[in-house]
Design a binder for this molecule. Structure first.
Ligand SMILES: C[S@@+](CC[C@H](N)C(=O)[O-])C[C@H]1O[C@@H](n2cnc3c(N)ncnc32)[C@H](O)[C@@H]1O
Length: 281
């Protein structure tokens, strides 16, 4: 949770009543400590942890239910811009990409140990990269000669595996780096795990707000919210409903909310953001 211009915690605090409370969770110790250092407000509790354990975290700190949840997903500008964290294909550093640096598995292990087939699969699925097959092949061929240790080494291998014309579009390593980051941090699993827990802990009328930054995240969130807001989830074609499903959410916006031009101007990284909101029934 960090944004160089105006972070969401600061923005939420502007709207919070004097006796309101915020629990701010992040699995990145540096980000959390940095944000805690900037916000000196007794209404905020900072908690180092993975939001996939949301219900346990709330039990641990003695909270039962909450009035609102904001999931601001993905990676922060602070993480991307800190070369040393190894998230960026634009800055040379040891390949890392761990949000939680006490995790013993980083991008370096992934790139040097995954089979060619697993590399192809994650680059294709999580990067939606059409050259996944040739990139995976190039990674395996290169690592047989020399261990892949740095972001630039990897970015150069990716560049060499795609056609010239593709190199002129966006940076050819962008999608593969996204895929590796998602896999290292098990980002999609965490979203699938947190969403049902978020609904469980919301008070009636409470709001669940989720900001996503790419289509894979957004698809998961959209499908979850749609399912949770339906009266029936039986397969299509059944003559009578047998599922007994009860909606637990009501969509506040049918379509995702997008940032306007002014916001994108101030913060270009907001361009791909989508906000979905639902309220607990
Ligand atoms: C887009 S940034 C949030 C930016 C922040 N809201 C702000 O305004 O500055 C996403 C943050 O979520 C954290 N994060 C991602 N997955 C997480 C997880 N499963 N558990 C806890 N934190 C997570 C990342 O470490 C990162 O700091």
């Amino acid at each position: 949770m960090y944004n160089r211009r105006r972070g969401t915690p600061q923005r939420l605090l502007q709207e919070l009543s004097y006796d309101g409370r915020i629990l701010a969770i992040d699995r990145d110790r540096e980000t959390l400590e940095r944000t805690a250092g900037e916000i000196n407000d007794p209404r905020v509790t900072f908690k180092l942890g993975d939001f996939r354990y949301l219900e346990s975290i709330l039990i641990e700190i003695g909270w039962e239910q909450v009035d609102g949840i904001l999931l601001d997903l993905g990676v922060s500008s602070f993480q991307l811009d800190d070369a040393e964290r190894g998230f960026s294909f634009r800055q040379d550093a040891v390949l890392d990409m761990r949000m939680n640096r006490s995790q013993n598995y980083s991008a370096r292990e992934l790139v040097n140990e995954y089979s060619e087939e697993d590399l192809r699969r994650i680059i294709y699925q999580y990067g939606e990269e059409k050259y996944a097959r040739s990139i995976a092949r190039a990674i395996v061929k290169n690592r047989e000669l020399q261990h892949i240790e740095t972001t630039m080494q990897l970015a150069d291998i990716i560049k060499s595996a795609v056609p010239q014309s593709y190199r002129r579009e966006k940076h050819p390593a962008r999608k593969t780096f996204q895929a590796i980051r998602i896999e290292v941090n098990r980002e999609l699993e965490a979203i699938e795990e947190v969403l049902p827990q978020a609904v469980n802990v919301l008070q009636t009328g409470g709001r669940l707000c989720v900001i996503t930054f790419h289509s894979l995240e957004d698809r998961l969130v959209k499908q979850f919210l749609q399912r949770e807001s339906k009266d029936c989830v039986c397969p299509p074609g059944l003559p009578v409903c047998t599922c007994g499903h009860k909606p637990r959410l009501k969509l506040v916006n049918r379509k995702a909310l997008l940032p306007d031009d002014a916001e994108c101007e101030i913060n270009p990284r907001a361009r791909s953001a989508k906000l979905r909101v639902a309220s607990r029934i």
